[in-house]
Every structure is written in C-alpha cells, then in structure tokens.
Design a protein around this ligand. Sequence first.
Ligand SMILES: NC(=O)c1ccc[n+]([C@@H]2O[C@H](COP(=O)([O-])OP(=O)(O)OC[C@H]3O[C@@H](n4cnc5c(N)ncnc54)[C@H](OP(=O)(O)O)[C@@H]3O)[C@@H](O)[C@H]2O)c1
Length: 365
Amino acid sequence: MPDKKLGVLVHGAGWVAGEHIKAFTANPHTRIVAISSRKIESCRKRADEAGLDGIAFYTDYEKALAHEGVDIVSVCTPQHLHAANTIAAAEAGKHIVIEKPVANSPVEMRAMLEAVRKAGVRTVVSFVLRWNPLFDTIKAMVADDTVGDVYCVETDYQHDIASWWTGYEEARTKEKGVSALLTGGCHAIDAARWFAAKGRYGAATPIEVFAYAGGYRKGLETEYNYFTSSWQKAPPLEYDDLEIVLIRFDNGVLAKVSVNYGCVMPYAFPIEIFGTRGTIKDNRVWSHKFPGQRDWITIPTILPESADVSHHPFQGQMDHFVDCIQGGIESHCNLEDAVKTHEVVFAAQQSYVTRQPVKLPLEGS
Ligand SMILES: NC(=O)c1ccc[n+]([C@@H]2O[C@H](COP(=O)([O-])OP(=O)(O)OC[C@H]3O[C@@H](n4cnc5c(N)ncnc54)[C@H](OP(=O)(O)O)[C@@H]3O)[C@@H](O)[C@H]2O)c1
C-alpha cells in the first residue's frame, strides 16, 4: 500500500523544533522526512531524541526543500530568518508552519503574504496558546454568551526572557529581535484578539494602538535567573523590557496588553475578560448563567503557566493544520490573520516615536 502520509521538513533544529517533530510524528497523517539546520549535529540530536531513523539531514535549506516527499515545512529558525525561509518554502509549493514572530518588519510581512498568496499554499502561525485548554474553554464560554458581550480584555506576557534561552543571544538584539513585544509579547496580543471576538474560531481586528515602553533592563549587564533565584552577569537586552499597549478593535472592544521581561517571578500569563453579563479571570468565572453563584467558579484545567515548550499544545496546533490541509480550508491562525497581531507590535513602535495613537492597518498593508 502506498505511503499517503504528508512528509514534513523541520528547518532550524533547536528548542521548539523538538516539539514540532514530536507533534508531526504523533499525527497519524504525517511523518518527518528531513531536518535541516546550520549544523548537522543539531539535526541528528533532534532525530535521535525523537527516535527517528532513516530521515535526511541538510545544512543547505534549498536542497532540503527539494528533498523528495516534502509537503510541509516547519520554520523553526530564529525570527530574523522567518521571512526568507517562508518565502522560499512558498515558492517551492510547500504548506508552512511559521514560528512566531513571523517577521521583523511590515515590509517582510508583505513580501511573505505575496509569496504565500501566489503559491496558494496553507499556513499556520505558532500562536500555539490558541490550543491551550484554558484558552479553548474561555473561547467556548465567550461564544456561548457566558459573559454577554465582551467590552474589555486584558492579557499580559510576564516572563523573564534572559540568557537561559538558547535563542537569547540573537533575540536580545535590536537588529534581530527588534522588541520585547515582538519576541514574546506577540502571544499576549494574539490572546487579546482571540478573546475579543465572540465567534468560536476567529480573532478580532485591531484598528488603533497606543503604547508606552519602559522598564529597567535595557543595557543592564545583570539579569535575574528565576531557575536559581539569583542575579548574574549577562549580555544586555538592547530594547525596553516593558511595553504597555492599548488596542481598539473594530467591534468596539478595548484591550490592555503588556509584555514584561523585567518581572522577578516565574512565568505567568494572566487573562481578564469583562463582559456585559459576566467576567472571566484566568480559570475563574462569574456569570449570569449561574444566578445562584456566591463565589467565583473555578474550572480545573491546564493554564498557560509554563514557558517550557514541552508544556505548549503543539499537538493541537499541528493536528489542526493537517486537518486544514486535508480538508482544503484555511486555518483561523494563518499568516493573513497573524499579520494583524504583528501589526500591533509595529504600530506600538510608531507610537513611541510620534507619541500618538496609530491607525491600523498600517499604510501599505
Ligand atoms: N510558539 C512558541 O511558543 C515558541 C516557543 C519557543 C520558541 N519559539 C520561536 O521559535 C523560534 C526558534 O526558537 P528556539 O527557542 O527553538 O531557538 P533555538 O533553540 O536557538 O533554535 C534555533 C535553531 O535555528 C538554527 N539556526 C540558526 N541560524 C540558522 C541558519 N542561518 N540556518 C539554519 N538554521 C539556523 C540553529 O541551528 P544549529 O543548532 O544548527 O546551529 C538552532 O538550532 C523563535 O522564533 C522563537 O521565538 C516559539
């Protein structure tokens, strides 16, 4: 019987790649056929970890894209390479998983969109928290009118991003990482968009952004290490560690979103949703649906409370993407949608310069 499984090439054999490999290996309709990276040892390490035999390794991405049987490419390289890697994959006719952030500028995003539209391939962007069980539960409750009409959403990415992270050396720079909101905070913007839309699957469209940047870590050669609860010498962040953003959506919902790399605490991702008939605070609910309630109802579920990639629901994301490819439908989390999340980041950058609100979509989009 012919092997009908979709073949996957994972490009960039680092921390997050291990989870992409696990997820595509576990999906019954896909198999890893090749891994490419800067170093062959990194490809081999990921393959060994996953118990994969007989797959190809490449240090040349073009050759890897030409490997027989590649249908899907997972772009897991550092963010400054995502645009070029995605465009090359689209031109080769592959469906693409794009790690966040998708690009370092609006210009790059536009070129990616053009290549993906022209090739007619499917994409999914790794705003993987959309598949977190608490996210899914909240989204279902909002769709089911548990809080009435949402009028305000607050989400925060509170995470001591520092030299413990394999990607830190490049991501900490202004040139390759750009900003805290781009490197990590984009997860919180995406969450605000997700919860601000009432539909079961769909994210709200931002139309205006105002933001402040600050904090204390920029240029500081000392960092907190929350694994050892101590301070140590480390290369500095080249951008502000704190950004606070106000967003107005086209459906009238307002959001307050922050990224905080200076927090001295373990990772946290608080969520607050205020509606005309109820409120959700993380996994606690107050709702008109429960008229007799006298205290918050707490839902036992998995919260977004770990930064470890092994805690992230990549299986849900990849299973969804395979369903989209096989069903010939677009993901709610495709590149077109992710651009709206990223535009908030770039609008915030403009707002720091002009000290004015910035209208979206950005000019030229
Ligand atoms: N969605 C999420 O929740 C989530 C979580 C974690 C990370 N991420 C994102 O995923 C991306 C990768 O992060 P990571 O934590 O996996 O970083 P990482 O551990 O540093 O891995 C990046 C890999 O890319 C490879 N690479 C670097 N330059 C390359 C080049 N020029 N050509 C080919 N390969 C190259 C490196 O390969 P070698 O080892 O061969 O040198 C490295 O193994 C980042 O954009 C990050 O923000 C997303």
